[in-house]
Design a protein around this ligand. Structure first.
Ligand SMILES: NC(=O)c1ccc[n+]([C@@H]2O[C@H](COP(=O)([O-])OP(=O)(O)OC[C@H]3O[C@@H](n4cnc5c(N)ncnc54)[C@H](O)[C@@H]3O)[C@@H](O)[C@H]2O)c1
Ligand SMILES: N[C@H](CO)Cc1c[nH]c[nH+]1
Ligand SMILES: [Zn+2]
Length: 435
């Protein structure tokens, strides 16, 4: 872990200290992804199949979420796993139902001129569920449930096959909880390409989707970025790449808790980044030695250690400086483990999700608290929030004008139109002013 003394840095030094590390996988990611997207654009389903075989050793496959498939999946899991999945789904659904945006009331700006904002679901959403190194069925809940609550017409979910070319039973149960009728086994940039262009495959047709959602590794994140830049390409939710966690602690923090939280995100990916920020050098020392103890016991030790190479331990003078670090970095997750955390929470302006207090483990948010864990990485939190039902919706204004309203407002609009030199606009307004 790199150690940084924040108060010794000038502005350029601070920016450099918080720069995201070059991703280990970065090398030729841009070019590889461009090649895959071009190929799928030109050759459609045949190209998707070739890339799936080449990269994931299994052809794309449609898994129907039938009652039999769900029963098999349930039988394959211990009852406690099934209950946990049900509880997580319920919490995600309850949270998203309660936070689904509603139409605003009408606002009368001029007597007889009333407008409101109306929310509408998008028609189709492509949902990418990561599965390269772990089957993240929790991400399925975090995308497909909010999309369903929003009322999206068509939800198309994709996830990579496991090492045996199959699917984890929990993925099927999660799909059933989210009321999906199918999930496609395909991953990486080729899956994003399929959702972008729409393709015909042996098992059926994947439609081109209006907007693509979901987290993923560097290939997936780059593919979403390139797809959205294509003329007429899909919208995308946000950069949601390798996981990030910043933990802010004071001298009273529990080292084993802070260390466990840092490792919980480090174990995601060699490219994940974790940062520790503290007002106390001694606390940083305790936590770093605790990280060493705990990492050696993890099944994904190698991934976590690779991630820790790019971790940061930042000593700050006070909590104002800690807020400065957080707001400059804009972490995907921010955990605040200090005495009296509320004032610091108020000064945070850029984070995907904030976990307040020692009991608020980031892991609870990953699985079961309710809000979606699909959150912006790479500083996206400075301008973007995480996935919500609103991400699957659009607003349109609805404008109602009475005759009396038009008499008052049309002359103003006509005048402004003529000031802009737009005579046809002005005449359309004039006709209303005349009644
Ligand atoms: N920001 C968020 O909200 C959030 C949420 C959950 C997970 N995540 C992140 O999602 C990521 C999941 O990554 P993952 O790798 O386990 O699964 P993944 O599904 O994102 O990626 C696996 C796919 O990558 C492709 N791929 C792998 N190596 C390749 C290569 N050399 N060339 C071309 N394509 C290649 C394969 O086709 C494979 O199907 C992690 O980084 C995790 O931190 C982020
Ligand atoms: N921490 C991830 C988001 O960065 C989400 C996740 C899924 N499963 C476990 N964690
Ligand atoms: Zn996680």
């Amino acid at each position: 872990m790199k150690r940084i003394d924040w108060s010794s840095l000038d502005a350029a030094g601070k920016t450099a200290a918080l720069a995201r590390p070059a991703q280990r996988t970065a090398g030729d990611v841009t070019e590889v992804v461009r090649t895959i997207l071009d190929d799928v654009r030109q050759r459609g389903g045949a190209a998707v199949t070739d890339w799936c075989l080449k990269l994931d050793k299994a052809p794309p496959r449609r898994i129907a979420i039938t009652p039999e498939a769900v029963a098999d999946a349930r039988n394959a899991l211990p009852p406690g796993d099934v209950r946990a999945l049900r509880m997580a789904s319920d919490n995600v659904r309850v949270f998203h139902q309660a936070t689904r945006p509603e139409d605003t009331p009408f606002v009368e700006t001029t007597p007889g001129v009333r407008s409101k904002l109306a929310w509408r679901p998008i028609a189709s959403a492509g949902l990418y569920i990561p599965g390269g190194t772990a089957p993240l069925f929790s991400s399925l809940l975090m995308l497909a449930i909010p999309a369903g609550v929003a009322g999206v017409g068509q939800r198309v979910a994709v996830t990579p096959p496991n090492k045996e070319g199959g699917i984890h039973p929990a993925m099927i149960l999660a799909a059933a909880e989210a009321e999906l009728d199918a999930i496609w086994l395909m991953g990486g940039a080729q899956a994003i390409a399929a959702l972008t262009f729409g393709v015909e495959l042996e098992d059926g047709v994947i439609p081109a989707c209006d907007k693509l959602f979901g987290p993923g590794n560097a290939y997936v994140a780059e593919a979403k970025k390139q797809a959205s830049a294509l003329p007429g390409g899909p919208a995308v939710d946000m950069p949601a790449g390798p996981s990030e966690l910043m933990v802010i602690v004071d001298r009273d923090a529990a080292p084993e808790i802070a260390a466990a939280d840092l490792l919980s995100q480090a174990e995601h990916d060699a490219d994940a980044q974790v940062l520790l920020v503290s007002t106390s050098r001694a606390t940083i020392d305790y936590i770093l030695s605790e990280v060493e103890v705990q990492v050696a016991t993890l099944p994904r030790e190698a991934i976590a250690r690779a991630s820790l190479n790019e971790a940061r331990a930042i000593l700050v003078r006070d909590l104002d400086a800690a807020a400065e670090v957080a707001n400059l970095y804009g972490p995907e997750h921010l955990a605040i483990q200090i005495d009296d955390p509320e004032p610091l929470v108020d000064s945070i302006k850029a984070a995907g999700a904030v976990f307040v207090g020692r009991f608020a483990a980031e892991t609870l948010g990953d699985y079961a608290a309710g809000p979606s864990h699909v959150l912006p990485t790479d500083g996206g939190a400075r301008t973007l929030g995480g996935v919500t039902t609103a991400s699957f919706m659009t607003t349109m204004s609805v404008q109602l004008v009475t005759e009396a309203g038009a008499r008052q407002l049309a002359p103003i609009a006509a005048r402004l139109a003529r000031m802009e030199g737009l005579e046809a606009h002005a005449r359309a307004a004039d006709l209303r002013a005349e009644g």
